[in-house]
Design a protein around this ligand. Structure first.
Ligand code: 6PG
Length: 237
């Protein structure tokens, strides 16, 4: 595991965008799971403005680690956020975008998406393998849409699961822990002082760390990189 700390959110986005470009610069087809959240938004803006012409976008297939169960036109939609900040600004075949259909019945959609991952991705030990999974971490230690009060969903069968946001009750479709941990690369983008407490507990494995879904991100053979800003890393020794 590598923990990288940068000055601020903007620098995290800069360094992550460079890491992303390196990762996709070979000629092979890449399958990448995106996340929602505030840091990815800045990363997408940067990729669109600075890397528009230097990345072979046609080689990249985009998926999501989680999606809110809302229509694709809703402001809450992770797909909409990515469209507004990235897809609308680059040349990407629309066949390369594999969104979770947030407008559909959540359970049926989790099954459909799991099946789609089985078909599109290589499988290792029966688990679909992403080249890269991008994750955020909530202030409560959640990641993708696996929340602390539903941490058992990390071990849900069949690649994808339906989660419920603990405060709003909003349904979410999320990949499960097996899919996260089978990825070749996993990158956490975590910024801001509201994350400092959980970052310290999880990275330094202090009491109770296992209660946070983000602590369960431990790729079995892939590389895990945490991209933090100084605020999120403030409590680390
Ligand atoms: C989502 C996410 C979620 C997010 C974290 C961090 O769709 O809600 O995928 O896991 O990454 O809540 O979000 P911030 O970067 O905005 O703090």
């Amino acid at each position: 595991m590598e923990v990288l700390v940068f000055k601020d959110k903007k620098e995290v986005a800069n360094k992550f965008a460079a890491y992303f470009k390196d990762l996709v610069s070979g000629n092979e087809v890449m399958h990448i799971a995106l996340s929602g959240g505030s840091t990815p938004k800045i990363v997408f803006d940067l990729l669109a403005s600075e890397y528009n012409n230097s990345i072979a976008w046609e080689n990249i297939h985009f998926y999501w680690g989680d999606e809110r169960c809302v229509p694709p036109t809703d402001e809450q939609s992770n797909f909409k956020m990515t469209t507004d900040h990235l897809f609308s600004k680059i040349v990407l075949p629309k066949e390369n975008i594999h969104r979770i259909l947030g407008e559909n019945d959540p359970l049926g959609e989790a099954m459909r998406y799991a099946n789609l991952l089985e078909i599109n991705l290589d499988r290792v030990d029966e688990i679909p393998q992403f080249d890269l999974v991008i994750l955020g971490m909530g202030d409560d230690g959640h990641t993708a849409s696996i929340f602390p009060n539903e941490i058992n969903l990390w071990n849900a069968p069949d690649h994808c699961t339906v989660a419920t946001h603990p405060e709003t009750g909003q349904k979410r479709v999320s990949i499960n822990g097996a899919v996260v941990n089978k990825a070749k690369n996993v990158a956490f983008l975590v910024t801001g002082k509201s994350k400092a407490e959980k970052v310290q507990v999880i990275l330094e494995k202090t009491i109770g760390y296992e209660e946070y879904p983000a602590s369960l991100v431990q790729p079995s053979s892939g590389a895990l990189t945490w991209f933090l800003d100084t605020e999120a890393a403030a409590n680390l020794k």
